[in-house]
Every structure is written in structure tokens, then in C-alpha cells.
Design a protein around this ligand. Structure first.
Ligand code: NAD
Length: 499
């Protein structure tokens, strides 16, 4: 049985706590490796290495730090196939989707190459007689991030690339379900030129997370995962005086107007609802059809597409639309929620319950499910299912659809499908959701914009990547400087004001 390691101070280090988590091959259900779960003292070893390495790294000029990112991009491209394969093997997603996971992270690394420009401060010449004022963006010091299983390449890179290019050291606590790619990324960063101790991977569970939250050296914590854990980490981290940003769960609504192109809407829904087995925080999980006629026309197109989705292991290559879910527990939770949907009166328009794949009977595969006649009081509507289950809600008017999306506790992403510019514009302006698609089902902003939801999908003020990341990972210092031209006599006793 393969035993994975931590990556501390430039070396793979075996776990010493004696505690391990099982890493499954989700396609076969077999345990394929063990992930060490760090103790507080293992985390502290990493913090000490980070603290020792960080000041010299912050003193490296931004252009040189950016060059490490340039080299890292090359290495990611060189190792793309290897990274994607390792990712699919532990996560279960298809190989093209695993490459997308790496590429969406790589794009943020590319953005970080602009650090010399992005880290420039402001300067006011002659703010007063002989007085100049300027601001600097300085690194925080040692920073940390805790990431979810569903994007084991992209989300770590969204955090560590801006943190490191800003001059910080970064400790990554990835998901214990699929930590191999994060370990590979740490090796590649070092090959690209990051000094030892600047990017470290400490594997673990709640014990390692609590050690991060309580550690006095760590200045900031980034978190992406489920909302209850996000709320906990935000509260604890803030109480301990850290800068914290936490991104949580989602229930993304797609409004389908009567004038929408139904073929386009149905295609968008199969991709956004079932891609990555629905294990995406930007997956569409609720289709909101405006008018019964719209719902009927949509389902007529959608049902055959959902029924013919190809589900299988990533080793089948391009011939698979989505793979297994990540664990047996995730599968059981999806099945439980599907049963509540039936018990509470929803119609199962496509029933994926009996799905079996020959040769993979013990894998964590879930067949595609499509519900119709879902209402807001049902558990399948209220909760994030994180599986290949799409719920259709029928509403009478556009205003009813908008209200539905607005009343849900989550506010990560949403979309509207329509041919009417005025409706689309009204929706984008009024909806209280952080990322909006107009005829685009998964509106994940590109690297140079920022990513973040609203409501219970986020805790904190700044978004991920784009300009916000450079704010999150730096502190502003403002200097007021005067070089007197001659001798001054005496002190000034009233507060200085600019003339
Ligand atoms: P999770 O909350 O179970 O785990 C996330 C991280 O928290 C992991 O590193 C895990 O080890 C750690 N953790 C788990 N339990 C903990 C505890 N009790 N105390 C401290 N730390 C703990 O989430 P997951 O299942 O890995 O990921 C799926 C969730 O992430 C979904 O809810 C999804 O919507 C969300 N997500 C959100 C975004 C976003 O940007 N909003 C992006 C991706 C995923």
C-alpha cells in the first residue's frame, strides 16, 4: 500500500502521527494509498521552515518572483498528462476534465506573472511642502490554505500562486481524499525556483486545520469547502486575529425563459448539471422553467440527453461524460437525498438509481437523476447534493424565478437562458448571487477577474484570484516623508493638516 507524505522544507517527509486517511480509487472502490494526517507538532515544523524562509523570499524583487511563476507554467504544461492522470485516479473525474482543473489553476499562475505591475504602490509627490506620501504592498509573512477534494489542482493554485508571488510563504492543507496532485505541485514549484519552505504541503484533517487556526505565526487562512466548515474556520480564524477568506457550498439556479433556445438550454444543463458527476461548486443543480409550456419543452429535450449520458472510469478516456463520485459516503448521501425527493413528492423524470457498471460494481458510480415538480420546501431543493442530480422547479413568471434564486441561502453562481436582452440585463442587475451567466451555464470568471459567491457561499470580504488576491495576500503600508531643506526649530503640537 502506497503511503503518501507531507512536503516540508523541500523534502517528502513521512507522517509521524500514526494517523492515516484512506485514499480510494473511486472507480473500483479500492483503497489505493494512505494519506498521513498531521499532528500539531508536524504543522509547527512546517511553520518554522516557512518563517525561516519567508523574509529572504519577500526581499527577492517582484520580477524575479514572477519568473518563478513563468517557469512553473512551463512545468505544468510539461507534466500536464501526468498531473491529470494522478488527479483522475484519486478524484474520479474524466481526463479532459482533470486537465481543465489544472489549466484553470495555471491561468491564475499566468496572471501572477504580472506581479511587478500589480504590486506597485501609489505615490503622491509634494503632498505638502517638502512632503511625499507613498504606499507599499508588503507580504503578510506565513500564510495557509485549506482546500476541498473537488478541484485538487485549481484551488490550491488559486491560493498559493498569488500568496507566493506577493512574497509570502504558503502552507497548503489539501483535501485528504486526493492529496497527490498538491504534493506534485509543491515539487514543481521548487523545480521552478521557489526556495525550500516557501510552498509546503501538510496533509491532515481537523487536527491540522485547528493547528493552523491556533498558530500565532500564520497570518492568513484561505478556505474552500462546505459551508458549515467555512463558517467554523472563518469564526475561529478571525477570533485568533487572522485575515480569513472562506468559500462555501452552493445551489446554483438556471432560469429558463420561454424564449430561450431549448436545444441550447438542454445542452447547457447536461454539461453544467452532470459534468464532474455534479461535484462542482458552480454546477447547476436547479433548472427553473418559467411557465409549464417551457418546462414541458425543456424536459422533452433534456430527458433523452440525460438518459444517454455515458458514465464510467477515467481510463475509458473521451468516451465518458462523467465518472464516479469521490467516496462511498458521498454516494450514500446522494442516494439518501434522492429518496427524500421521492418521499416528498417530486417526480423522477430520469431514474439513475439502478445504475451498474460491469466490472466496476464496487466503484462509487451514481447514475444520472433528473427530478421534475420540485418545490422549495423539499430537501433536494434546500440542500447541496453534490452529485449527478438535477432538480426542475416550475414557476409561473420571471419574477417568481428571480425570487426563487434570491431566496435561497446560497449565492455562488446562477444563469439565465433567454433571447431577450432586457430580461437578461434585469436579472444580472437584481439577482443577489456573486457570479451570473447570461446564456452561459457555468460562469466561472477568468483569472484576471475575481471569483466569489454571495450569501452563505462566502465568509469574508475579498474574492479569490484577480486583483482581490493581491489585496488579500498583502498589507498596505503608507509612508509620509519629509526631508527638511533647512533646520527646523521646535515641535508641532497640533495635528498636521495639508495647506
Ligand atoms: P469539506 O468542507 O468537507 O472539506 C474541505 C476542507 O476542510 C478539507 O481540506 C477538509 O480536510 C477540511 N475539513 C473537513 N472537515 C473539517 C472539520 N470538521 N474541521 C476542519 N476542517 C475540516 O468540503 P469537500 O467535501 O472537500 O468539498 C466540497 C464542498 O466544497 C462543497 O460544499 C462545494 O460546494 C464546496 N466548494 C466551494 C467552492 C467555492 O469556491 N465556493 C469551490 C469548490 C468547492
Amino acid at each position: 500500500m502506497q503511503e503518501l507524505t507531507h512536503y516540508i522544507n523541500g523534502a517528502h517527509v513521512k507522517g509521524t502521527s500514526g494517523r492515516f486517511a484512506d485514499i480510494y480509487n473511486p472507480a473500483t472502490g479500492e483503497v489505493q494509498a494512505k494519506c498521513p494526517l498531521a499532528s500539531t507538532s508536524e504543522l509547527e515544523t512546517a511553520v518554522a521552515a516557512a518563517q525561516a524562509a519567508q523574509p529572504a523570499w519577500a526581499a527577492v524583487n517582484p520580477q524575479r518572483r514572477a519568473r518563478v511563476m513563468m517557469k512553473f507554467v512551463d512545468l505544468l504544461n510539461r507534466d500536464m498528462d501526468k498531473l491529470a492522470e494522478a488527479l483522475s485516479r484519486e478524484h474520479g473525474k474524466t481526463l479532459p476534465d482533470a486537465k481543465g482543473d489544472v489549466i484553470r489553476g495555471l491561468e491564475v499562475v499566468e496572471y501572477c506573472i504580472g506581479a511587478p505591475q500589480l504590486l506597485k504602490g501609489e505615490f503622491t509627490d509634494s503632498a505638502g511642502p517638502g512632503i511625499d506620501m507613498y504606499s507599499m504592498k508588503q507580504a503578510l509573512g506565513v500564510t495557509a490554505g485549506i482546500t476541498p477534494f473537488n478541484f485538487p489542482a485549481m484551488i490550491p493554485m488559486w491560493m498559493f500562486a498569488p500568496a507566493i508571488v506577493c512574497g509570502n510563504a504558503f502552507i497548503l492543507k489539501p483535501s485528504e481524499r486526493d492529496p497527490s496532485v498538491p504534493l506534485m505541485l509543491a515539487e514543481l514549484m521548487e523545480e521552478a525556483g521557489a526556495p525550500k519552505g516557501i510552498l509546503q504541503v501538510v496533509n491532515g484533517d481537523k487536527e491540522a486545520v485547528d493547528a493552523i487556526l491556533q498558530n500565532e505565526v500564520i497570518q492568513s487562512v484561505g478556505f474552500v469547502g462546505s459551508t458549515p466548515i467555512a463558517a467554523y474556520i472563518y469564526a475561529e480564524g478571525c477570533a485568533n486575529g487572522k485575515r480569513v477568506q472562506c468559500f462555501g457550498g452552493a445551489k446554483n439556479h438556471m432560469i429558463i425563459m420561454p424564449d430561450a433556445d431549448m436545444n441550447q438550454a438542454a445542452d447547457a444543463l447536461v454539461g453544467a448539471g452532470y459534468g464532474a458527476a455534479g461535484e462542482r461548486c458552480m454546477a447547476i443543480s436547479v433548472a427553473v422553467a418559467v411557465g409549464d409550456g417551457t418546462a414541458d419543452r425543456l424536459l422533452e429535450k433534456l430527458v433523452p440527453k440525460v438518459e444517454t449520458l455515458k458514465v464510467g472510469p477515467y481510463t475509458s478516456g473521451d468516451d465518458v461524460d462523467y465518472g464516479p463520485v469521490v467516496t462511498a459516503a458521498a454516494k450514500a448521501n446522494i442516494e439518501r437525498l434522492v429518496q427524500t425527493g421521492l418521499d416528498q413528492g417530486a417526480t423522477l423524470a430520469v431514474d439513475g438509481r439502478d445504475f451498474k457498471l460491469q466490472g466496476y460494481e464496487d466503484g462509487f458510480f451514481v447514475g444520472p437523476h433528473l427530478f421534475d415538480n420540485v418545490t422549495p420546501d423539499m430537501d433536494i431543493y434546500k440542500h447541496e447534493i453534490f452529485g449527478p442530480v438535477l432538480s426542475t422547479v416550475r414557476v409561473n413568471t420571471y419574477e417568481d424565478g428571480l425570487k426563487l434564486a434570491m431566496d435561497h441561502e446560497y449565492g455562488n453562481g446562477t444563469a439565465i437562458f433567454t433571447r431577450d436582452g432586457d430580461t437578461a440585463r434585469d436579472f444580472a442587475n437584481r439577482v443577489n448571487v456573486g457570479m451570473v451567466g447570461v446564456n452561459v451555464p457555468i460562469p466561472v470568471p477568468l483569472a484576471y477577474h475575481t471569483f466569489g459567491g454571495w450569501k452563505k457561499s462566502v465568509f469574508g470580504d475579498l474574492n479569490q484570484h484577480g486583483p482581490d488576491a493581491f489585496k488579500f495576500y498583502t498589507r498596505t503600508k503608507t509612508v509620509t516623508s519629509r526631508w527638511p531643506s533647512g533646520l527646523k526649530e521646535g515641535g508641532e503640537f497640533s495635528i498636521p493638516v495639508m495647506e
